[in-house]
Design a protein around this ligand. Structure first.
Ligand code: NCD
Length: 327
């Protein structure tokens, strides 16, 4: 049976997650030691990006190449694929799928990756679909939490920023809900709250969560804080301007970071809004060297996690069969 990686609600199995992380550890060590991991020569990954990407595209392509696989596709699929001529995504896949072994897709529409999976006879990996899901980001996020905090259970974990228009928060929230005893704190202005569907999922799973717009009261108790940018491309520009006005009350400054526990971490999926928010970034630049800030390590962890995932898909090993059904 073909398994796809579309939504983190598929990733409930702890053996899957732990197995993937152990595999990622090995690939990370091999990269560090300069050892060759090219065990999948002859495989082909098709990378189809209908939306801009820096980190995800670079690390997926590198992961494939470090495993010995070839990468084909386009990073400007909106213009350079036949979608430009009016072709549907389904037709594009049906017409090309003999040419590759795995499809990695990023698309601006919610649900596009699932639509691709429904017609595909090759594994589809969602590299971000609209405002919906970004499962490999959530995997590298949890891997980073495990690496930096030594555990993924019994955490007090906060999310701050635009929680309604981003896909990374949604994917990570589901994954953290699959662990044990995590308490989640959602910090945002009222207009950027997480959607009801996720809150209901958390309630059903018995996960304790809290919603607040008062970041300073929460910071001292958190083990980890996940900061996100305002997804200005998904909201009206007047709304962006308006919300920016009072937004400094959520920004991570040195002063705020120092309110956190000594061993706590500050994460961000990147990119940080700097240029677009005219001097009001959600994380101030001087934070980059702060001991709590782990976002560059987090981003670099994308490589070994994506190697582990591609290896799982290429070899169709035990882990592959632990990937759940698409909801
Ligand atoms: C994120 C995305 O594309 O959803 N970036 C990424 O892949 N690391 C986050 C974002 O764009 O805000």
């Amino acid at each position: 049976m073909i398994r796809h990686v579309i939504d983190t609600r598929q990733l409930k199995n702890r053996n899957f997650l732990e197995g993937l992380f152990l595999k990622a550890d090995k690939f990370k060590e091999a990269i560090h030691d300069g050892n060759d991991s090219r065990i999948h020569a002859g495989k082909i990954v098709c990378s189809l990006f209908y939306e801009p990407s820096t980190r995800t595209k670079i690390s997926f392509d590198s992961a494939a190449k470090r495993l010995g696989a070839e990468v084909i596709g386009t990073e400007n699929a909106r213009e350079f694929s036949s979608e430009y001529k009016g072709e549907t995504l389904e037709h594009a896949i049906l017409a090309t799928q003999d040419s590759y072994d795995v499809l990695v897709i990023r698309h601006p529409e919610d649900g596009a990756a699932k639509r691709a999976a429904l017609v595909s006879k090759k594994t589809v990996i969602n590299a971000g679909d609209g405002n919906n899901q970004h499962p490999t980001q959530a995997l590298l996020d949890v891997y980073t939490i495990r690496q930096k905090l030594g555990r993924t259970d019994n955490l007090k974990f906060g999310f701050v920023g635009d929680l309604s228009h981003g896909r990374t928060v949604k994917s990570l929230t589901y994954l953290l809900a699959h662990m044990k005893g995590n308490e989640l704190f959602f910090i945002s202005p009222a207009e950027f709250r997480l959607n009801q569907e996720i809150l209901e999922y958390l309630a059903k799973a018995g996960v304790k969560y809290y919603q607040t717009d008062d970041i300073d009261s929460v910071l001292p108790i958190l083990d980890g804080l996940y900061v996100t940018r305002i997804q200005w491309e998904r909201i009206a520009s007047q709304e962006f301007e308006k919300v920016l006005e009072g937004y400094d009350r959520f920004a991570i400054t040195l002063e705020r970071a120092d309110k956190m526990k000594n061993d706590s971490i500050i994460m961000h999926p990147l990119p940080i809004n700097n240029m677009k928010s005219s001097g009001h970034p959600e994380i101030h630049p001087e934070m980059d060297r702060h001991p709590h800030a782990v976002y560059f390590d987090q981003s670099n962890n994308g490589l070994c996690i994506r190697m582990a995932l591609l290896d799982t898909v290429f070899s169709k090993d035990n882990l592959y069969n632990l990937i759940g059904d698409i909801p």
